[in-house]
Design a binder for this molecule. Structure first.
Ligand SMILES: Nc1nc2c(c(=O)[nH]1)N[C@H]1C(S)=C(S)[C@@H](COP(=O)(O)O)O[C@H]1N2
Ligand SMILES: [Mo]
Length: 320
C-alpha cells in the first residue's frame, strides 16, 4: 500500500508473482491432499497449523459462532505467509520471518479517554472477559486479495461494556505497539508510527466487530497480530489493527494511519465497496488466496445485512 510507481500499478493488473507462487503452492497442496485421500489421511492434516513450525498454543473451550461463513477456509500457511504488517517489513513474506521472535508477554493494554475508570489491563485478564468463539470471516485487503479465516475471539462490545465509556465517547481509537527494538520495520518512515486506527462507537459495538487473539483454534501467530488485534470483516483489512496496546474512547473522529499517509486513497470508514474504486485501481474484484480466478467483491464484503444500517443516509462515495 505504499505510494506506487506506474510500473507497480500495471503489475497489480496481472498476476503478482507472490500470488503466482501461491498458486503453485496451492496446486502442490491440492496434489498432497489428493495423495492423502488416496492413502486415507484427512485433508485437514495436510493444512492444519500443527504441520507448521509457527504452531501456537491451542485455545480451549472455543465455541462455534452463528456469524461464521460456510465458505472454504484459506489454508493456514497462506494466511500466515502473506501478511501486511509494516512494523515487520513491507513485503508480504517478511512478517512471518521478522516477527518470529516477537515477545507478546508480558503485555498490557491501556484503556483511556472517555471512560469511567482509566486503567491498564493485562492481556490475560482481557482474554478471560468472555468465552472464546470461532468466527469464520471473509477478510478483504484494499489491495485486492482476500482470505477466509477461522478467527478466535469475542465481540469487541464485551470489552467496551466492561470498561464503561462515558456518554461523551463517540469514537474508539486503537493504537498498536511502538517499539523500535522489537518492531524493526518502524525504523523506516513508511508510516507515521505507531499504527493507529479508529471506529465510530456504533461500529465498534456491532456484534461482528471482533476482539481477536487466535486463529485456527490456536493463539494468533505473531505475524497476524498477536497477542491482540481487531477484525472487522465488512471493512478493508487496514482497519483491523494488530498488536494493540491502547484503546482510547474519544469525542472526535480519530486519525488513522493510512488516511494520514494518503488521504485521497484511504478514508476513515474503509467499508468494502465494489462501486468505489481506489484512485489507482478498481475494487470490483478480488483474488482469494489459493485461487487463480478473481471473484466479484461484495458490498460490505457480503455483511450488508448486519452493517448497512450503520451507514443509512451517508454518501459512501464521499465517506470511503
Ligand atoms: N499494526 C498494524 N496493523 C495492521 C497492519 C499493519 O501494517 N500494522 N496492516 C493492516 C492491513 S493493510 C491488513 S490487510 C491486515 C492484514 O492482516 P493479516 O496479515 O492477518 O491477514 O492487517 C492490518 N493491520
Ligand atoms: Mo490491507
Amino acid at each position: 500500500m505504499l505510494i506506487k510507481k506506474a510500473e507497480d500499478i500495471r503489475s497489480s493488473e496481472i498476476t503478482p508473482k507472490s500470488l503466482y507462487l501461491n498458486r503453485r503452492k496451492f496446486l502442490a497442496e491440492a496434489a498432497m491432499a489428493g495423495a492423502a485421500a488416496a492413502i486415507g489421511v484427512g485433508l485437514k492434516e495436510t493444512i492444519s497449523p500443527s504441520t507448521s513450525v509457527l504452531a501456537g498454543n491451542k485455545i480451549d473451550g472455543v465455541k462455534k459462532s452463528s456469524l461464521s461463513t460456510t465458505e472454504t477456509v484459506t489454508p493456514y500457511n497462506d494466511v500466515t505467509h502473506y501478511n501486511n504488517y509494516y512494523e515487520f517489513g513491507t513485503e508480504k513474506d517478511e512478517p512471518a520471518e521478522m516477527a518470529k521472535n516477537f515477545r507478546t508477554r508480558p503485555w498490557k493494554v491501556k484503556i483511556e479517554g472517555q471512560v469511567e475508570k482509566k486503567q491498564e489491563l493485562d492481556i490475560d485478564t482481557i482474554l478471560k472477559m468472555a468465552p472464546p468463539e470461532e468466527r469464520i470471516y471473509r477478510h478483504r485487503c484494499v489491495e485486492g486479495w482476500s482470505i477466509v479465516v477461522p478467527w478466535v475471539g469475542f465481540s469487541l462490545s464485551e470489552l467496551i461494556k466492561r470498561v464503561n465509556p462515558t456518554s461523551k465517547a463517540r469514537y474508539v481509537e486503537f493504537t498498536s505497539l511502538f517499539d523500535l527494538t522489537r518492531m524493526p520495520g518502524q525504523r523506516r518512515q513508511v508510516l507515521d508510527w505507531p499504527y493507529v486506527e479508529g471506529l465510530r462507537m456504533d461500529e465498534a459495538m456491532n456484534p461482528l466487530a471482533l476482539l481477536c487473539f487466535g486463529m485456527y483454534g490456536e493463539e494468533l501467530p505473531n505475524q497476524d497480530g498477536a497477542p491482540l488485534r481487531i477484525v472487522l470483516p465488512w471493512k478493508y483489512g487496514f482497519k483491523s489493527s494488530k498488536a494493540i496496546v491502547r484503546i482510547r474512547f474519544v469525542e472526535k473522529q480519530p486519525l488513522n494511519s493510512w488516511n494520514i499517509s494518503a488521504p485521497m486513497e484511504y478514508g476513515f470508514y474503509a467499508n468494502v465497496n465494489p462501486n468505489v474504486d481506489h484512485p489507482r485501481w478498481s475494487q470490483a474484484k478480488e483474488r482469494r488466496l489459493g485461487e487463480f480466478l478473481k471473484r466479484p467483491t461484495l458490498m460490505f464484503n457480503g455483511y450488508g445485512d448486519q452493517v448497512a444500517s450503520l451507514y443509512n443516509g451517508m454518501d459512501l462515495k464521499k465517506n470511503y
